[in-house]
Structures are given as structure tokens and as C-alpha cells.
Design a protein around this ligand. Structure first.
Ligand code: AGP
Length: 612
């Protein structure tokens, strides 16, 4: 997804902008650019491809400036070309933009009628021309931007500079994340605070509808022309710990960070083998009133939600529905009072999940329905955390690899904590069972460490996937969502077509795909579904399919011709989905590395999907 960095300082900020863009590379992009104001002129460089290409161009042209904006673009309107890369310029004005201007075509028609020439196919260029046009009727850059914003439809964030205001940077947040980095005698903007960590750890989180004017010494935020106060927050230093270290890829590092990430996540809620009395204390009254749960999420977070459904119903005796946010938000679902709406999101900024949340709140308010909203999220400062009644943080630390790994397993840990809490409040789960499950949860980091010992064996098996075109993942119960997640992991980073199925569905269609060339990954913990799963394995083998089985040591499943078994430590069935996630992550990772793909930034994908 696109990224914005900008700043106004006394020193030249060229290197700060380039470093900021590099820190946003994980989000996925296809071109990059920057613009600086120097001696009344806009100096701009743009390049297709990696930020390194832009850096080389900037070094060659040796452009410097103490105010500027920079951008990584992920193409939405128009191909990834140099002309379409940001910043876009209209005379004295330069603009970078994240998000989408939905009504850009009609604005473009009007601007062309006024004589403006367009040099790109982007929606962004209209903003540059509109600000340029508005500056004909006011000398004030902020006022010009305030005139333009009401004309724009869509969700977006903007950074704007003007050669006639060489000490002013304007920032707009309207549906797309934007933070201000507060420095000493210098100030910055970015779509992700991670980009600004080398220059500050103090941030102002803009709210929807905010327009900010930054100079070296001042930051003023306005809503509808009125100045508003926004707090400056200091960020925990540990978040800056986002380097690959000894690992070849962020994804591998993040897979190996799971024991610690889970430990962190559960530590906030557990005291010995009991829930801490203060854990989600504020929510107790609301939780005691809820009659059902609706989970809304996308992608991997949706898979976590699917497991939450099994757990909510089995453990807390609460009906639970789970739905993909992009469907939920558009199908006018019935909003039911006394429902707990849970958004699950690594980033807390995913456009569909956020829109579903906002729409649900609006419709509940219109009908005067009492609902409770909650986010399970990895980013404490995200929009979702700010816009829900309660939140439970996954303390996984920054996840940089596009493929979600530690965010997923910590989401599962957080869901379990939430379910235990709600089950306890509603007295649907007794203290003994809580003690049993929490004891298992404390044990999970160690079990994951043991599971990681299989890495070399999984690497060896991954060689058998390199030439394959297709792959099936099968599981039952809570391993069904892990099958879906395994297939998502494999397809997104290795580009092998993979599908996950509930093993019981095999005979209803996918069995037709099985032949000698079809690897089938089986998730086989030693639970009450194991015998049924073994029958499914027979069905696959009878059709020539090659089995790759992740199985409990006690499952009795052994290596044989065209059946490869990797033993996963014994684990309680509640925690099996967390533990079985690890071998499928490792498998996908190794297959992708062997196929030579860009593991951390797979093609066409972005880390945080902040546009539809
Ligand atoms: C999977 O590996 C992806 N990163 C993707 O499916 C992701 O889970 C989805 O885009 C939702 O993101 P979120 O958790 O930040 O809301």
C-alpha cells in the first residue's frame, strides 16, 4: 500500500525522506518519488521499482531541501510508471497522496476545462491542480487546502507543499492513516510512525477530518477551520526493534519470534493459572449483557476469527458469527442489540474492517441498539483501537513481512483470553477449566520452540513442492481454518495455487483434483476427529495424492511411500491451532525461498490494505 513521508526542518531532509521510504517498503509498492523545495523551486525525482532506484537518482542529482514530501506508490489508478509516481506537481504545488479520490474523473473534466494539462493517469493529480487553482483566490496555503478538501470524495491522506510557502507543510487525514512526528525545531508526517522512528518517538495521531499545518517550530491542527488540540504521545522504544537481525527474511524472524510474542500477549492477562482480576475489568458490565458475538476481519485475521467461533461456542456457550469484512460491510446485515462486535486486525487500519465497524456503529445508533465493540489488534495507536469501546492488544511487536505469522498466533492467544474472560463473567466456564487452559497457554511458547526444531526437516520436504502447480491443505475442526491459513500462506509467498478445505468436504468436490501430481498437506492433531481424518488420508492416497502430514506423535501416523510425516509435539486440542500454524508457516516460507520469490514483499500484495 502507498506510503507517505514528509518533513520541514532546518537541515536538509533528503536522507530522512529516503530512510523513511525504506522503512515503508514492507507495505508493498511499485514506484517511489520525492519533492523538495529549494530556492523557490520544486526539485523532484521519481523512479519505478525499489526505493534504492530513487536513492541512486537523488544521489546523482544531489538535490537537497529543508522541506519536502516523499511517497511509495502502489498502483490503483494508472500503471506503475514514472509519470504516475508521486509527488504530483501543479506549478508551485506538489502533492503526495494515499487512498483513492473517487470523484477524480469529474474533477479532472472540470480542471481540463479550466486549461489544466494532466501528465499522469492518477487520481492524485487532480488534488495538485485543485490546490493550485485555489491559491489563485487566497494567498494562504492552509485556506486553499481547506477549500479543496470538501470537493474530494473518498478515503485519503495528503501531504502538500508550495514554493511560495517554503516553511509550511500541510497534512490532511480523511480516511487513510497519517501521523505527525514531533521533533525539536523540525516536524514530520508519515502514514506509518515506523518511518519516522530515526528522527523522533513523539507522535500526534491525526483524526479523520483533521488538516494540519506544520512549520519547523509549530504544529496546528484544524477541523472545519477551527483549531483543535491533539495530544502528543510518546512511543514505547521497543517498537523500534524492527530489523532482520541474523535472519534472511523478516518472515522467518517473525516465525521464530512467536514463542516470545505469545508469552507477551498472555502475560498481560494471566496471573499464574488464573485470569488477572484487572484484565478487561472496564468491560465486565458490557460483557455480562452480551448474548452473541459477531467477528469481522479480513485475510489471516479472518481465519483467526473462524477459530474464535469454535472456541466461543464450545467454551463460553455464546453464539458466534464470523464474516469477511468486505462482504459484511456491503450486505446490510441485521444489527442485533446486546451483541459484541469484535474486529480482528494486525494493523487496525484495514479499510474494509474499519468501514464495517463504522457502519455497524452508525446503524446501531440509528436504531438505538445497545452493542459493544472491541478490537483485537497489534497496533495500539491504530484507528480500530481508537474507535472501539474496548481493545485487547496482541503484543507481537511490529510485523514487517507481508505474510502474517506472529500476528496470527497472537490473535489466537488473545481470542482465547477474551473467551475465557467472557465465559468466566457469564459463568459458562468453571475456574478449573480456566486453570487447565491457562496452564496450557503458558506452555505454548515452549511447545512452539519444540515445533521450530522441525525446521530442517520441513526445509527438506519443501523441495518436493518447488515444481508443483497446485496444493491442497486439509484439516477438521479448528484445524480447518489452519488449512485455509496454510493455503493462503503458500499461495501469497510462493505463488503456488493452494486451497484449504475442511477434510469432510473432500468427497464433495476437491477429491476430483487429486492425482500423482497433487501434494496434500494434512493437519492431524490427536483429537476426536483423528480417525475421520485418517479416512480422508486414505481417500487421497487411493487417488495417487502425495501426503505431507503434520501429526501428533501419538497419532500413529507413520512415514511410508508417498506419505511424509512431521511430528508436532503433543498439545491440548484447545491450543493445537496455534501450534499447527508453525509448520505450515515454515513450509510456505521454505518453498517460497526455493522458488526465489520476494518473500517479505510478495508481488501485488501490501502489508496494510488501507484502500478497498
Ligand atoms: C496474510 O498473510 C495477509 N497479511 C492478509 O491476509 C492480512 O491478514 C489481511 O490483509 C488483514 O490485515 P489486518 O490483519 O491488518 O486487518
Amino acid at each position: 500500500m502507498c506510503g507517505i513521508v514528509g518533513g520541514v526542518a532546518e537541515r536538509s531532509i533528503t536522507n530522512i525522506l529516503i530512510e523513511g521510504l525504506k522503512r515503508l517498503e514492507y507495505r508493498g509498492y511499485d514506484s517511489a518519488g520525492l519533492a523538495l523545495v529549494d530556492h523557490g523551486q520544486i526539485l523532484r525525482e521519481r523512479r519505478v521499482g525499489k526505493v534504492a532506484n530513487l536513492e541512486q537518482a537523488v544521489n546523482e542529482s544531489a538535490i537537497i531541501g529543508s522541506i519536502g514530501i516523499a511517497h511509495t506508490r502502489w498502483a490503483t489508478h494508472g500503471k506503475p510508471t514514472e509519470n504516475n509516481a508521486h509527488p504530483h506537481i501543479s506549478g508551485r504545488v506538489a502533492v503526495v497522496h494515499n487512498g483513492i479520490i473517487e470523484n477524480y474523473q469529474e474533477l479532472k473534466d472540470d480542471l481540463e476545462a479550466l486549461g489544466y494539462n494532466f501528465t499522469s493517469q492518477t487520481d492524485t493529480e487532480v488534488v495538485a491542480h485543485l490546490v493550485h487553482e485555489a491559491l489563485k483566490s487566497t494567498p494562504d496555503l492552509l485556506k486553499a487546502v481547506e477549500q479543496v478538501v470538501p470537493q474530494l470524495k473518498g478515503a485519503y491522506a495528503l501531504g502538500i507543499i508550495d514554493t511560495n510557502h517554503p516553511d509550511e507543510l500541510i497534512a490532511v487525514r480523511e480516511g487513510s492513516p497519517l501521523v505527525i512526528g514531533v521533533g525539536i525545531g523540525e516536524n514530520f508526517i508519515s502514514s506509518d510512525q515506523l518511518a519516522l522512528l530515526p528522527v523522533t518517538n513523539r507522535f500526534i495521531y491525526l483524526e479523520e477530518g483533521d488538516i494540519a499545518r506544520l512549520t519547523r517550530e509549530t504544529i496546528d491542527v484544524y477541523v472545519n477551520g477551527q483549531k483543535v488540540a491533539r495530544p502528543v504521545k510518546e512511543l514505547d522504544a521497543t517498537i523500534s526493534n524492527a530489523t532482520k537481525g541474523e535472519f534472511k527474511h523478516y518472515m522467518l524472524k517473525e516465525i521464530y519470534e512467536q514463542p516470545e510474542a505469545i508469552q507477551q500477549t498472555i502475560s498481560q492477562a494471566l496471573n499464574g493459572n488464573a485470569l488477572r482480576p484487572d484484565f478487561l475489568k472496564d468491560a465486565e458490565i458490557d460483557f455480562s449483557n452480551i448474548k452473541q458475538v459477531q467477528i469481522i476481519a479480513c485475510g489471516t485475521s479472518y481465519h483467526a476469527g473462524m477459530i474464535g467461533k469454535y472456541w466461543f461456542e464450545q467454551l463460553a456457550d455464546l453464539p458466534c458469527h464470523v464474516e469477511i469484512a468486505s462482504e459484511y460491510r456491503y450486505r446490510s446485515p441485521v444489527i442485533v442489540g446486546d451483541t459484541l462486535y469484535v474486529c480482528i486486525s494486525q494493523s487496525g487500519e484495514t479499510a474494509d474492517t474499519l468501514a464495517a465497524l463504522r457502519d455497524t456503529k452508525k446503524r446501531a445508533a440509528a436504531k438505538n441498539l445497545n452493542i459493544t465493540t472491541m478490537t483485537i489488534c497489534n497496533v495500539a495507536t491504530s484507528s480500530m483501537v481508537r474507535e472501539t469501546d474496548y481493545h485487547l492488544l496482541t503484543l507481537a511487536g511490529p510485523e514487517i513481512g507481508v505474510a502474517s505469522t506472529k500476528a496470527f498466533t497472537t490473535q489466537l492467544a488473545a481470542l482465547m483470553l477474551l473467551i475465557l474472560k467472557i465465559g468466566q463473567i457469564k459463568q459458562n466456564i468453571d475456574e478449573n477449566q480456566i486453570a487447565e487452559i491457562t496452564a496450557d497457554m503458558w506452555h505454548t511458547p515452549k511447545v512452539i520452540l519444540d515445533t521450530l526444531q522441525n525446521d530442517t526437516e520441513i526445509l527438506r520436504l519443501s523441495e518436493l513442492f518447488v515444481e508443483k502447480q497446485h496444493c491442497l491443505f486439509l484439516g477438521r475442526g479448528t484445524e480447518f481454518p489452519i488449512a485455509l491459513e496454510g493455503a493462503l500462506k503458500l499461495k501469497e509467498i510462493s505463488y503456488i495455487h493452494a486451497e484449504g478445505y475442511a477434510a469432510g468436504e473432500l468427497k464433495h468436490g476437491p477429491l476430483a483434483l487429486v492425482d500423482n501430481d497433487m501434494p496434500v498437506v494434512i493437519l492431524a492433531p490427536n483429537d476426536e476427529m483423528l480417525d475421520k481424518l485418517k479416512s480422508n488420508m486414505e481417500e487421497v492416497q487411493a487417488r495417487g495424492g502425495e501426503l505431507f502430514v503434520f501429526a501428533d506423535e501419538d497419532s500413529g501416523i507413520k512415514n511410508k511411500d508417498r506419505q511424509h510425516v512431521v511430528h508436532v509435539p503433543n498439545v491440548s486440542s484447545w491450543l493445537a491451532p496455534i501450534v499447527y500454524s508453525v509448520p505450515v508457516q515454515l513450509l510456505s516460507y521454505h518453498v517460497a525461498v526455493l522458488r526465489g520469490t520476494d518473500v517479505d514483499q510478495p508481488r501485488n500484495l501490501a502489508k496494510s490494505v488501507t484502500v478497498e
